[in-house]
Write a new protein. Structure first.
Length: 286
């Protein structure tokens, strides 16, 4: 209970921190630039509904998706969120319960951020949303090949990756991405937290940013036959992108590998933080 109260205190402090609200406004604008015209596209195709499963295709917008991940790093760049009030909390509950509260807050932020991106992927055409587990005709048409009507010359505002549509439903692909992306965000935030506790300020955001940029360059070079596919096995951020997974004939990892590996990395970070926090001089790191 004490750890949950520490987590709650962090959420209460969001109300007075302009950083969160500025980042929220930027995320909304960024997502609107990606999906804002999807409703008009559906109307042009004379389809009355659009399924809300665009999120798995978001990594295809390489630059914009990278920016969205960097925004999350900005949100958690000061983890474990030490303030003058937090110092009083530490004295009352102890280091271990306090750090568990910080990890809970970080995990909650990761889940909420992933759900926010999913919400913003369809909210701009909300009146046309069709709640079906399938991809829907509009998303299939966006690949320039519709299963029922054949080739279409219209250009979709959202880049749809054909490989993601295969062997899965829109609901399953979206749920998988929300889960993996939340774990990836938690991993990146946990790396920042560990570095802020034990190393100099700025090291954590730099290392997490390096993982984000690694995924950026891997996705950008994926069209070349000689790109280093083996790096995907060591690129946690790339595991979010289903178009970079499951192509075992190309030396790429499976989706199951990405899920279990990021889960293992997150658990390892939790064990390291909780197991070593008693040795950390928190006040000296302010």
């Amino acid at each position: 209970m004490k750890a949950l109260k520490c987590c709650k205190i962090n959420f209460l402090q969001i109300r007075t921190n302009w950083k969160y609200w500025i980042c929220l406004a930027f995320v909304v604008l960024q997502m609107w630039s990606i999906t804002g015209d999807m409703g008009a596209y559906a109307q042009a195709l004379h389809y009355p509904h659009v399924a809300p499963w665009l999120l798995p295709h978001l990594p295809a917008f390489i630059q914009k998706y990278t920016v969205l991940l960097i925004i999350f790093l900005v949100l958690v760049s000061d983890a474990p969120f030490r303030t003058a009030q937090q110092q009083l909390v530490i004295q009352r509950v102890g280091k271990r319960k306090w750090i568990i509260g910080q990890l809970l807050f970080l995990f909650a932020m990761s889940v909420l951020y992933s759900l926010l991106l999913w919400l913003l992927s369809w909210i701009f055409y909300a009146p046309m949303v069709e709640w079906t587990p399938e991809w829907g005709k509009v998303i299939f048409s966006s690949t320039n090949y519709d299963l029922t009507s054949g080739i279409t010359e219209m250009v979709s505002p959202v880049i749809i990756t054909k490989e993601i549509l295969m062997n899965t439903t829109g609901l399953a692909a979206t749920a998988h991405m929300v889960l993996v992306q939340a774990l990836v965000c938690f991993f990146l935030g946990g790396l920042i937290l560990i570095c802020n506790l034990w190393l100099r300020s700025g090291v954590g955001p730099f290392l997490s940013g390096a993982f984000v940029m690694e995924a950026f360059f891997l996705r950008a070079n994926a069209m070349w036959n000689d790109h280093p596919t083996w790096l995907t096995w060591a690129s946690p951020v790339s595991w979010v992108d289903r178009s970079m997974m499951d192509h075992t004939n190309q030396g790429l990892p499976s989706s199951a590998y990405g899920l279990w590996m990021i889960l293992a990395l997150c658990l390892a970070e939790v064990l390291v933080v909780v197991g070593t926090i008693h040795k950390c001089d928190i006040a000296a790191k302010e």
